[in-house]
Design a protein. Structure first.
Length: 129
């Protein structure tokens, strides 16, 4: 958050997007990304959590040509330019899929289930995709 004070951030509505579905084979992740981009224009304290198969949404070097789909994962990099810098990955989901933080196209913070539960309690709005 570039110019906002901590107090200003605390007064904003806290909104968490939870990306749980695989990025291809359904439109959930793509629609979630579109909603995030729209909501970035408003005054919200936005964070994004990738868990379950949703961790694949930010995986580097996705091969989508054979699926006949565009690789939209690179669009997640635009979030930083919109002051959406709170990107989290569920540790167990990442490890269960054989991924590490180095496998992601964006900088993320890895959280345990307990840390995620606490963070969810702090949110005003929770949007699952």
């Amino acid at each position: 958050m570039s110019e906002e004070t901590e107090e200003e951030t605390e007064n904003l509505t806290k909104m968490m997007f939870v990306m749980r579905k695989a990025p291809h084979g359904s439109i959930y992740i793509q629609e979630g990304l579109e909603v995030i981009l729209i909501m970035a224009a408003y005054e919200y304290d936005i964070c994004v959590l990738f868990m379950d198969d949703g961790v694949f949404a930010v995986k580097k070097e996705q091969q989508t040509a054979e699926l006949g789909m565009k690789d939209f994962s690179k669009t997640f990099r635009a979030l930083g330019g919109m002051d959406i810098e709170k990107l989290y990955v569920h540790k167990d989901s990442m490890e269960a899929r054989g991924l590490t933080q180095d496998d992601f196209i964006v900088e993320t913070e890895v959280l345990t289930s307990e840390e995620i539960a606490k963070m969810i309690e702090e949110q005003d709005v929770l949007l699952p995709f």
